[in-house]
Write a protein that binds this ligand. Structure first.
Ligand code: ATP
Length: 235
């Protein structure tokens, strides 16, 4: 098991957002967390990445407890996060943004290899390698944010709402890259509001409602659940 979250509580100030969340991800899986706006999906990713402290519960990465560890240490263990809103270095050129990710590796050969792979996956980034990231469209920024995370050779990639603010054709394109990422041996934990799309692509999914996991199972089975279809797909 690459990620195991047990009985996790987390929140902000007086607000408890996550209550007793337990979930896991097997190595090589693509797992999706779905839920409405404000259900606590991003909060779960923050707690895993250590940018928000857990109030109680246990988080393990590849068997090692990571609860309470600083984010940079969790990153060094092999977890990379692509945040909602993307957080690029707008004043830097595309290739420099990617190299920041690669520098964390301290392995120039691997870093070069990753750069080639990212450019093969996203040719648009290669074409625009010397441009400033802030001149990018939303879709290009998402490619760059994903590329930068992949440059660190993560074992586990946390993807927060990759579809947000993108045109449907670009959402299609970005989702189409997820199998390629998995084929490189990278496990993916995806958080999405697009329930249909993310459960279609995921091996397994969890449904988060008001900070609690209310349903889990293979993506295609969840998509057949009448309650889920009513609540999230309006059918
Ligand atoms: P979204 O799709 O809107 O990102 P989400 O499922 O990811 O939804 P979270 O962002 O985890 O939900 O938010 C869960 C709850 O926590 C919401 O009620 C939100 O207002 C609150 N919240 C999120 N971030 C903070 C913060 N930094 N400080 C205080 N409350 C927050």
């Amino acid at each position: 098991m690459i990620l195991e979250v047990s009985a996790l509580d987390a929140g902000y100030g007086d607000a408890q957002v996550l209550s007793g969340v337990s979930m896991h991800v097997e190595e090589g899986e693509l797992v999706s967390i779905v839920g409405a706006n404000g259900a606590g999906k991003s909060t779960l990713l923050r707690a895993i990445m250590g940018t928000l402290p857990a109030r109680s519960g246990d988080i393990r990465f590849a068997g090692e407890p990571i609860t309470g560890l600083p984010t940079h240490q969790i990153a060094r263990m092999g977890v990379a996060q692509v945040m909602e809103g993307r957080r690029l270095f707008g004043h830097m050129e595309v290739e420099d943004n990617l190299r920041v990710g690669g520098d964390l590796l301290r392995d120039p050969v691997k870093s070069r290899d990753n750069l080639e792979w990212v450019y093969t996956m996203f040719p648009r980034l290669k074409e625009r390698r010397s441009q400033l990231a802030r001149s990018f469209s939303g879709g290009e920024q998402q490619m760059l944010a994903i590329g930068r995370a992949l440059m660190t050779s993560p074992r586990l990639l946390l993807l927060d709402e990759p579809s947000i603010g993108l045109a449907p054709v670009m959402v299609e394109y970005i989702f189409g890259k997820l199998p390629e990422i998995r084929a490189r041996g990278i496990t993916v934990l995806l958080v999405e509001q697009d329930v249909q799309r993310s459960l279609t692509i995921a091996a397994r999914g969890y449904v988060l409602e008001h900070g609690e996991i209310v349903m889990s199972g293979p993506g295609h089975e969840l998509l057949q659940d009448a309650g889920l279809r009513r609540a999230y797909l309006g059918v």
